[in-house]
Write a protein that binds this ligand. Structure first.
Ligand SMILES: NC(=O)c1ccc[n+]([C@@H]2O[C@H](COP(=O)([O-])OP(=O)(O)OC[C@H]3O[C@@H](n4cnc5c(N)ncnc54)[C@H](O)[C@@H]3O)[C@@H](O)[C@H]2O)c1
Length: 248
């Protein structure tokens, strides 16, 4: 799968799954705008992209902030001329029990995990339309399809909404040569769940037929495929990458 000449924006590209996605896309030839609220981590990812012989542009952005997103997209266009691939990956997650979720925490989770992808997608499709080609890949979760076993209800609600948002993009932008697909990972070993209680992790493993957690590069491999020319007739798909945790 050859992504040479392609330019990708990866939100939350500073660490975890987002970082693995940046490195995998760069390995296949793409240049990357590494967009993260944590600039230092975005800079580290960008340096690793340079080592692979591709260009990485680190940009500090809060995906829920329209002005910051507009500036990030403009920086990408100024540097690379166009944007071909958008990966909506940035998200936050807590384990707060349902009755303890505050209005403020609920609003922030929805702002980052759902309004963020809305804002970034809206700004990026304007650029993609100009060239009549684009790939939008949104990282949802099994929690968005079946409710969460551990994470808070706002996370699941946002991830379910992200699936619906991406399906709307698939329907409304197919005519511009833009596809939009979702990846729904099961539990993947990252800093997001590093501090989860041991019995919670054991329970998740027991429910996963492949008997282990996912690895960030296994999500990244699915992103590379959906971003490639080989996936040209796939749009509106929700691709499970979950070790068999959910089979539907
Ligand atoms: N790790 C898992 O088990 C798992 C399972 C299913 C889905 N996912 C999804 O995969 C994606 C990546 O998860 P991860 O485990 O790598 O998480 P992570 O917490 O390790 O990384 C998230 C990244 O997003 C950035 N970020 C957070 N808020 C931001 C904001 N407002 N604007 C811009 N950047 C922001 C963080 O700085 C961080 O670099 C998320 O969408 C997550 O919901 C993860």
């Amino acid at each position: 799968m050859n992504l040479e000449g392609r330019v990708a924006i990866v939100t939350g590209g500073g660490r975890g799954i987002g970082k693995a996605i940046c490195l995998a896309l760069a390995t296949h030839g793409a240049n990357i705008v590494v967009a993260d609220i944590n600039l230092a981590s975005a800079e580290e990812t960008a340096q690793e992209i340079q080592v692979l012989g591709r260009q990485g542009l680190p940009v500090k952005v809060d995906v829920s902030d329209r002005a910051m997103v507009q500036a990030m997209v403009q920086q990408g266009v100024d540097r690379f001329g166009h944007i071909d691939i958008l990966v909506n990956n940035a998200a936050i997650c807590s384990l707060t029990p349902f009755e303890e979720i505050t209005d403020q925490a609920w609003a922030r989770t929805l702002a980052v995990n759902l309004t963020g992808p809305f804002i970034v997608s809206q700004e990026v499709v304007k650029v993609m339309k100009q060239r009549g080609w684009g790939r939008i890949i949104s990282i949802s979760s099994v929690a968005g399809k079946m409710g969460s076993v551990r994470s808070d209800a706002g996370y699941s609600a946002a991830k379910g909404g992200l699936i619906a948002l991406t399906l709307c993009l698939a329907r409304q932008y197919a005519r511009y040569g833009i596809t939009a697909n979702v990846i729904a990972p099961g539990t993947v070993e990252t800093e997001l769940n590093r501090d989860w209680p041991e019995e919670a992790m054991r329970d998740l493993l027991l429910r996963t037929p492949l008997g282990r957690l996912g690895r960030p590069n296994e999500i990244a491999a699915a992103v590379v495929f959906l971003a490639s020319e080989e996936a040209s007739f796939i749009t509106g798909e929700v691709l499970d990458v979950n070790g068999g945790f959910l089979m539907d």
